[in-house]
Design a protein around this ligand. Structure first.
Ligand code: HEM
Length: 117
């Protein structure tokens, strides 16, 4: 069973995304990047992406990771902050640590695509 299914599907994923974004927007290391972002649009994108990262049915059809982060020159500290907030959000929903580790490992495969663009 995928982690997506374990969490209970789309509704739970939306709640995780909501929790995740509350954390991101409260964090001065990363929140400045979202100052001019339409957060509803961003949430939809992230929701689709996270569904994919957790093994859900939704296909992400947005921009490539390189294009999505072009001009931001993101650094490892930003990536780590985002990963930490995602971990904490999943922990809030009682996701077991080994499942959280698997999600973070999957997300980490995108590091090169996202950083220094
Ligand atoms: C594996 C890590 C990451 C993933 C999977 C990811 C995923 C995404 C996706 C799917 C989008 C939407 C692209 C679109 O508009 O179609 C996006 C946009 C964005 N990401 Fe990330 N992201 C990651 C890391 C980061 C980090 C570390 C930051 C740093 C703060 C960041 C900041 C942003 C911002 C600000 C936008 C919106 C740009 C705009 O206003 O259009 N992302 N990201």
């Amino acid at each position: 069973m995928s982690l997506y299914e374990k969490l209970g599907g789309e509704e739970s994923i939306s709640a995780v995304v909501e929790n995740f974004y509350t954390r991101v927007l409260a964090d001065d290391i990363v929140n400045k990047y979202f100052a001019n972002t339409d957060m509803d649009k961003q949430r939809r994108h992230q929701s689709a992406f996270i569904s994919f990262a957790l093994g859900g049915p939704k296909q992400y059809s947005g921009k490539s990771m390189e294009k999505a982060h072009e001009g931001m020159n993101l650094q490892p500290e930003h990536f780590n902050a985002i990963a930490t907030h995602l971990s904490a959000a999943l922990a809030d929903f009682n996701v077991p640590q080994e499942d959280i580790d698997a999600v973070i490992n999957k997300i980490a495969t995108l590091k090169d695509a996202v950083l220094y663009k």
